[in-house]
Design a protein around this ligand. Structure first.
Ligand code: ADP
Ligand code: MG
Length: 267
């Protein structure tokens, strides 16, 4: 599709908003459309790795090694059972990385260096980074390494409040470490159209953020929440489920957005 992979960090400092779910399922949906996708698990909980069926004993080198030990990306990346979907897995080791980074001179640049050098000789179209639920140094590393941010917004009461804090961090990163950092978009997750509050959150988000909010909303769908326990993305677990259809539609929106930008660059 393109020469340089497009690196997207999936961020929101709140836990449980659908970051990991979106990383896995958007990744699988892009791969199902013929693109080569690398998922980078940057959460010490390793939920993206587990959700894609990577057993702990198969995580010989992890994102901890990638960031802290300088292990080459090629040695960290593992295939998944799913075509064109690869993963750089994480284990609980990663929980000590944040402390170790504090005293490092290049503390927020290590993932950028490892990823942008490492993806050169591998043929990925998209790299999706699953961030931890915090604005810690790991998340800042992801924001520096990424070309763009994808922000899952759970359709519930305090959703937009957390966003203003995130926007401040984005501004800071742009001013210091990554001036070209874009926002890929905000995606409403666990959306329940019968719920008045969810509809209100959507209205507020679209009023405040305009085109940044994807047209696609991810519905609350039990098949989405069941899939990880079968170590599968929802599009494999239940291809016709509403969750599966929604993640494919999100993939289409992102691909379209990306090719439109690509055309602009050429022009
Ligand atoms: P985060 O990575 O932001 O902490 P997760 O992706 O782990 O959030 O999602 C939190 C919980 O919500 C998980 O149990 C997940 O299965 C569930 N979940 C996420 N998206 C959906 C959805 N669209 N429908 C139903 N459950 C969902
Ligand atoms: Mg997560």
């Amino acid at each position: 599709m393109q020469n340089e992979p497009h690196i997207i960090a999936v961020v929101n400092q709140k836990g449980g908003v659908g970051k990991t779910t979106t990383t896995i399922n958007l990744g699988a949906a892009l791969a199902s459309k013929g693109l080569n996708v690398l998922i980078v698990d940057l959460d010490p909980q390793g939920n993206a790795s587990t959700g894609l069926g990577i057993e702990p004993e198969d995580r010989e080198f992890t994102t901890y090694d990638l960031i802290i030990e300088g292990t080459a990306l090629a040695d960290v990346v593992r295939p998944t059972k799913f075509n064109r979907l690869m993963i750089a897995p994480a284990t609980t080791d990663l929980s000590s990385a944040d402390m170790q980074l504090v005293s490092h001179e290049k503390r927020i640049f290590l993932l950028q260096k490892a990823l942008r050098e490492g993806v050169q000789d591998q043929k990925f179209d998209f790299v999706l980074i699953d961030c931890p639920p915090s604005l810690n140094l790991l998340t800042l590393n992801a924001m520096v390494a990424a070309h763009a941010l994808l922000i899952p917004l759970q359709s519930e009461f305090f959703a937009l409040e957390g966003l203003s804090q995130l926007m401040l961090s984005i501004r800071e990163i742009r001013q210091t470490a990554n001036p070209d950092l874009r926002i890929e978009g905000v995606v409403l997750t666990m959306f329940d159209a019968r719920n008045n509050l969810a509809r209100q959150v959507e209205e507020d988000a679209r009023d405040n953020l305009g085109d940044l909010v994807f047209k696609t909303k991810i519905p609350r769908n039990v098949r989405v929440s069941e899939a990880p326990s079968y170590a599968m993305p929802v599009i494999q677990y239940d291809p016709t489920s509403r969750g599966s259809v929604a993640y494919k539609s999100l993939a289409t929106e992102i691909m379209k957005q990306h090719s439109e930008r690509g055309v602009q660059h050429v022009g």
